[in-house]
Design a protein around this ligand. Structure first.
Ligand code: GLU
Length: 472
């Protein structure tokens, strides 16, 4: 089984804050979160900010924002590696004392020369163990003026193997692994080492991460074992590919999670869609966050790379839009209408949302559609008028204006009844009236159902625009 009875489930998301929360990272976070929630465990957030050149406070904030938007709330953290330097140094000192790590005074040039020599005989380029202590071995005299690195004394024999939650059994020959540098000459710990100490201290039971980390895993397992720690179980998820089969990148469109907020996607839709990218529960395509947690089984993580499919994301988002109440959508869409220069207060926004919800995929679509009712009114251009408002159409609209002025019931149903009776009386088909009417009162040829549009625009506006249009 994937979960040992003795070990409480503790997962973590450990992003390096170098840009924004990208889709791949969000998906890894989501899997780790769902895994912890499924087993009633703990989800830890750890910011791996030791790369001082690339990590920025802004990038940290972008990750926090992205996780908050997706509601992937950590139970512990965020912890920051930069605040744990003393701990890493203490562990290194301890390893040096115990002999599981050692000082190495070889210069970078010397190490490069060792690698060259290995390459020359067709062997794997690696450090040759000059400074590695062995029983009975005399180490070279310590050179003057050289600040040593600290290397992990990696096992030379045997294999390091694990049963990957996603990929199944994986093993590496220890003979292939170098004695990894765990501290630089200035004493700062290196990447793999910090991860190990953190996973140990934070008692992580399951690591779910991208499969670009597979090569780090045997090194991390060996260091954990040298520390006397039980390694977590690992699951490496394949990357996300773009629609063209190449690794997903900016070329394929937005790759930052928050960009999808701007584009009008709902966080539940992103969660649903991202979860299905590399995980499945039978043929279920649409599910709630609660169902994801209930169903999440890491054995159903896919071994093959998932492909980004914008059409499917839109489909999921359209579905989720329909689950939201018109009032809720109105609230979300109002600022988007204002940004477009419209006035969200100018009309009954929830009623507009109820009308547009069925024909929209994103909040942006809703905002765009709502401009018909609360945006600046743009009367039809001369070309459109010439095309649609011919003599017959104008005389039909004149007759319709008279009846509308007398219409008491301005509800959608009342207007539908009026329109139906009107076309029957005049012996014309619906489009003969509806298209000129749309052009006259909205300036557009295509709108949702004309009865609903007239009702939402309101009596005063419709009559005013119709009159003005017939005068023009
Ligand atoms: N910080 C690493 C990254 O952003 C992840 C480390 C890990 O999950 O072990 O790629």
């Amino acid at each position: 089984m994937t979960v040992s009875a003795q070990r409480p489930v503790r997962t973590r998301f450990a992003p390096s804050p170098t840009g924004y929360l990208h889709l791949g990272g969000a998906r890894t976070a989501l899997f780790s979160w769902a895994f912890a929630r499924h087993y009633g465990g703990t989800f830890v957030l750890r910011i791996e900010d030791t790369d001082l050149e690339r990590s920025t406070p802004k990038a940290v904030q972008a990750i926090l924002d992205g996780m908050q938007w997706l509601a992937l709330t950590p139970d512990e953290g965020p912890f920051y590696q930069m605040q744990r330097m003393d701990r890493y140094r203490a562990v290194i000192a301890d390893m040096l004392a115990k002999g599981t790590a050692y000082y190495c005074y070889s210069t970078p040039e010397e190490v490069e020369a060792m690698r060259e020599r290995a390459r020359a005989i067709g062997a794997k380029p690696r450090y040759d163990g000059t400074w590695r202590p062995e029983p009975g071995k005399t180490l070279p005299p310590i050179p003057e003026g050289i600040r040593p690195v600290v290397r992990f004394r990696s096992p030379l024999e045997g294999v390091t193997a694990w049963d990957d939650l996603v990929k199944g059994p994986i093993s590496f020959d220890n003979g292939e692994l170098d004695d990894l540098v765990i501290a630089r000459p200035d004493g700062t710990p290196t990447y793999n080492f910090c991860v190990v100490v953190d996973d140990w201290d934070m008692q992580i039971s399951h690591v779910i991460r991208g499969d670009d980390h597979v090569n780090n895993t045997p090194r991390q397992i060996n260091i954990l074992r040298a520390l006397g720690a039980e390694p977590p179980r690992y699951g490496h998820v394949p990357m996300i590919l773009g629609p063209d089969g190449e690794k997903l990148s900016k070329r394929h469109g937005a790759v930052s999670v928050m960009e999808y907020d701007k584009l009008g996607y709902l966080p539940e839709a992103m969660v649903n869609y991202l979860a299905r990218l590399g995980w499945s529960h039978g043929n279920d395509e649409l599910f709630t966050r609660e169902q994801l947690v209930e169903w999440f089984d890491p054995r159903h993580l896919s071994r093959s790379a998932a492909q980004w499919d914008p059409k499917k994301l839109n489909w999921v988002n359209a579905h989720v839009l329909r689950q939201h109440s018109p009032e809720d959508l109105a609230q979300r869409v109002a600022p988007r209408i204002s940004r477009r220069g419209g006035n969200p207060q100018a009309a009954d926004l929830p009623a507009i949302m109820a009308l547009l919800r069925e024909r929209s995929e994103t909040l942006e679509d809703l905002a765009e559609g709502a401009l018909l009712f609360c945006g600046p009114y743009r009367p039809a251009c001369a070309e459109l008028r010439a095309e649609v408002l011919d003599e017959a159409a104008v005389s039909l609209l004149r007759a319709f204006l008279v009846q509308s002025q007398a219409q008491a019931d301005w509800s959608e149903a009342g207007l539908d009844a009026l329109i139906k009776a009107f076309i029957k009386e005049h012996g014309v088909k619906m489009p003969k009236l509806a298209i000129p009417l749309r052009v006259a009162v909205t300036g557009q040829k295509h709108t949702p159902s004309i009865g609903a549009v007239l009702a939402l625009l309101g009596r005063t506006t419709v009559l005013e625009r119709l009159e003005a249009s017939l005068k023009a």
